[in-house]
Design a protein around this ligand. Structure first.
Ligand SMILES: O=C(O)C1=C[C@@H](OP(=O)(O)O)[C@@H](O)[C@H](O)C1
Ligand SMILES: C=C(OP(=O)(O)O)C(=O)O
Length: 769
């Protein structure tokens, strides 16, 4: 049940149809005015829900259903004593109802709060202006985005608003107390309450609700006319049913909506007709490529939309829907033998789409990581009007629009779990002509963004963050950026890349100095796209105003993903594994250096360069590991690899000490804490420090080095995969909760793990230890 937070003494609902009736039902369900509600604080009859409807049958039904305490067909008989009046009448009836209200309320009008539920707002505001001569401060226009093709109070549903959005469109003169009371009423019904301007509301609704209804009505009508006996509907299956369900909606209500929101509907219909015309040409000409581009974009957009609706990350949505808490159950022991190729590098994949989109010409990408993080980046560019084909088995074609060719997205850009996407986008979007909003999932919403917002502001960008510099980020477009010289307080490739991307749009030079070397994929790829980037010691810089020219990109396998298998082989007796085509960019090979210092038998074979990035096959066999003090300069070069390296340390002889790694605390989880908790769960001795950890290795070359246990991955992909490989040397099962986010960076992890010899089952649901 939803908690009540409002204190209305009497809520009058004018218009007891589906929407008004469901509001009454939802209020009742929250305990409002229920006669049996002593246990809910004894509200009882002192609170009332009253209704007015021209149809006496609806009033009778409302009373019978226990939704209302009183009702009448005449407003004048029920208006007295109402503290909040909800106008739930058809849009075109609004003027006369408001007129009656103005007459009956008289001087009392000021104490009463009035709101409505109409699907269009400008027309209703016009009615109010006409009737009251101004927008009364106590009138708060609103629109619950919920409904059903059913109508009438009989269809009232107490859950209709739960989890749905209610948009309120307050005016500058709206009384904040009235606004708060309307908000409180909807919150009590379980709705998520948002605010928006009237015009924006009408445009958005024209596209997302009115146009689809118009199309559904029109399609069904067209088919029905062609087939007078409606014979055709006997053969209509799922597609028809899904597309046309809403054509069963209330005709009068929809006539009113199209009349009231005429201009916005016509504008959205124009866009739609242009889109259909394009598709028609493609079909006419048998242009398969054009059809694919359109369908592909639409299919991805639909998929992405689903993830927004479900508030899940881009791909995990399917897994979550089907599986709930995805859990890995790892059997102890196993082997690590074979030859595998892990998916493409995440950092390079993000950048390949970004620079491909901003380039002039067509960029062909091979080896693109089809993980949620990089797919979120890809989708964001589609939302900004960039045509992108694929991915098909790692192949993506980006039709670049040039540095100034992006279009304003129609809503916030959602980048899921991806810190890299949000921070790089912040730089790239700060210099655009349009405003944007960047949002992410729960994990990303906790991560610090002032590290990019502060220097971008120095460049002249205007950025708002949520409290404490957290997402969402609002980027105000149309600001002239100027180059700066920036000494980064932390070694972060994301901050560096963000500033270089902003620098493309800035006047003069943008220089970034780093306290320690960090991954340089942005610099390399910019150079590969013909954009001069300079470096001297710890400083790199570029000048704004140039252009990017499309170039092919071959994404190597991700060394961060390879790391789980490197460590798996390093700790498991008898292992012999080759990881093919792994990126060995010098700014990424901390893990190789550290494992070698620990005594790993690791060789680089077949070293070569592919599209500006060095790659090699990594050949690793088991060898006893020893604890080491991790050299400070290796820390930024292995920053994402530490969770897995901690598992290597847990199997080494002696103590491994890490310091200078406070950045681990601001990743997808606080990785120092998450790993320490997990190590504790399986019985590995360790001491946690603000910027690092000491891990006491088990040290035995054979058998187990620790026990089993249950691990909370905190939905952090790298924590989940690290404890998965830990099972190779555990004495008992390791169960890892919340593993769906492994798909952010390493789709196919489970199959590869099984292929080389780990034993794991995937489970779902809430229980199961
Ligand atoms: O630039 C990049 O692609 C990344 C930089 C690193 O983050 P920081 O810049 O925050 O160190 C790393 O942890 C992240 O996975 C990817
Ligand atoms: C930190 C990571 O990624 P991001 O910052 O892009 O979320 C990671 O993949 O380990």
């Amino acid at each position: 049940m939803v908690t009540r937070k409002h204190e209305e003494s009497c809520i009058l609902i004018v218009g007891l149809g589906l929407i008004g009736g469901s509001l009454a039902a939802a209020l009742r369900a929250s305990g409002y005015g229920r006669r049996d509600s002593d246990d809910l604080g004894g509200f009882g009859p002192a609170e009332q829900i009253v209704a007015c409807d021209p149809d006496p049958d609806e009033i009778r039904r409302g009373l019978e259903m226990g939704l209302i305490d009183r009702g009448d067909t005449r407003l004048e008989r029920v208006v007295d004593g109402a503290s909040l009046i909800v106008l739930a009448v058809p849009v075109l009836a609004m003027r006369s109802v408001m007129g009656e209200l103005a007459r009956y309320l008289g001087d009392a009008a000021g104490d009463v709060v009035i709101t409505d539920v109409g699907s269009t707002k400008a027309a209703i505001r016009d009615c109010a202006l006409e009737v009251f001569g101004r927008m009364p401060a106590n009138l708060v226009l609103g629109h619950p985005i919920a409904g059903s093709e059913k109508s009438g109070v009989a269809a009232a549903d107490p859950e209709l608003y739960i989890g749905h959005k209610v948009i309120l469109t307050p005016e500058p003169d709206t009384d904040p107390a009235a606004l708060a009371r309307v908000q409180a009423m909807w919150s009590a019904c379980g709705a998520e309450v948002l605010e928006m301007g009237v015009e924006r509301h009408d445009q958005v609704l024209a596209r997302t609700s009115h146009l689809p209804h118009l199309l559904a009505f029109s399609l069904v009508d067209t088919l029905a006319r062609q087939d007078e006996r409606l014979e055709i509907f006997r053969y209509a299956a799922g597609g028809f049913r899904d597309f046309t369900r809403i054509a069963g909606s209330d005709p009068v209500m929809w006539r009113d909506i199209f009349t009231a929101n005429r201009d916005a509907v016509l504008a959205s219909l124009d866009d739609f007709e242009a889109g259909v015309a394009r598709l028609r040409v493609a079909v006419e000409r048998g242009d398969g490529d054009a059809m694919l581009t359109i369908f592909d974009r639409a299919s991805h957009a639909r998929h992405y939309f689903e993830s927004l609706l479900n508030k899940t990350s881009y791909q995990a949505e399917y897994q979550m829907q089907q599986q709930g808490n995805l859990r890995y159950r790892m059997s102890p022991g196993g082997a690590v033998v074979g030859r595998i190729r892990v998916p493409g590098d995440k950092s390079i994949s993000h950048r390949s789409i970004m620079l491909g989109a901003l380039a002039e010409g067509v960029t062909e990408i091979k080896g693109f990581l089809e993980g949620e993080d990089s797919l979120a980046t890809l989708q964001a560019f589609r939302e900004m009007g960039v045509a992108i084909e694929g991915p098909y088995q790692g192949r993506v074609t980006v039709h670049g629009v040039g540095l100034h060719g992006l279009k304003k997205p129609s809503g916030p850009l959602y980048v899921g779990n991806a810190g890299t996407a949000m921070r790089l986008f912040a730089g790239l979007l700060a210099g655009q002509a349009f405003d944007t909003e960047l949002t992410g999932d729960t994990s990303l919403t906790k991560r610090p963004m002032n590290r990019v917002a502060d220097p971008l502001r120095l460049m002249g960008a205007e950025i708002d963050t949520a409290e404490g510099g957290r997402p969402p980020l609002q980027l105000h477009g149309g600001r002239a950026l100027k180059g700066i010289s920036y000494d980064m307080p932390m070694a972060s490739a994301q901050v560096k890349s963000c500033l270089l991307l902003a620098g493309l749009y800035a006047e003069g030079e943008t220089r970034v100095s780093e306290p320690a070397p960090t991954r340089d994929h942005t610099e390399r790829m910019l150079a590969g796209f013909g954009y001069p980037v300079h470096r001297d010691g710890d400083t790199c810089w570029l000048s704004g105003g140039g252009r990017l020219t499309a170039a092919p990109i071959d994404v190597p396998s991700d060394i961060s993903s390879a790391t789980f298998f490197l460590v798996a082989a390093a700790i498991t007796p008898g292992s012999d594994l080759v990881l093919e085509h792994v990126g060995i960019n010098p700014t990424r090979i901390g893990v190789i250096n550290i494992l070698k210092l620990m005594g790993a038998d690791l060789r680089l074979e077949n070293e070569r360069e592919v599209g500006g990035e060095p790659v090699a096959d990594l050949h690793i066999r088991h060898a006893p590991l020893k604890g080491i003090d991790i050299p400070l300069e290796q820390v930024p070069l292995a920053i994402d690899e530490f969770p897995a390296l901690f598992i290597a340390a847990a199997n080494a002889r002696g103590i491994t000490r890490l310091r200078g790694a406070e950045e681990l605390r601001v990743k997808e989880s606080d990785r120092l804490q998450a790993m320490a908790d997990g190590l504790a769960a399986i019985g590995v001795e360790h001491t946690l420090y603000p910027d690092g950890i000491d891990i006491v290795g088990g040290g035995s070359a054979e058998g187990s080095n620790y026990g089993g246990g249950r691990i909370d991955s905190l939905e952090d992909h790298r924590i989940a995969m690290s404890f998965a490989i830990a099972a190779l040397r555990a004495s008992e099962e390791i169960i890892i909760d919340d593993c769906a986010n492994v798909a952010t960076s390493f789709p196919g992890f489970v199959d590869l793990a099984r292929k080389v010899g780990l034993t794991l089952t995937e489970e779902s649901g809430e229980e199961g230890a």
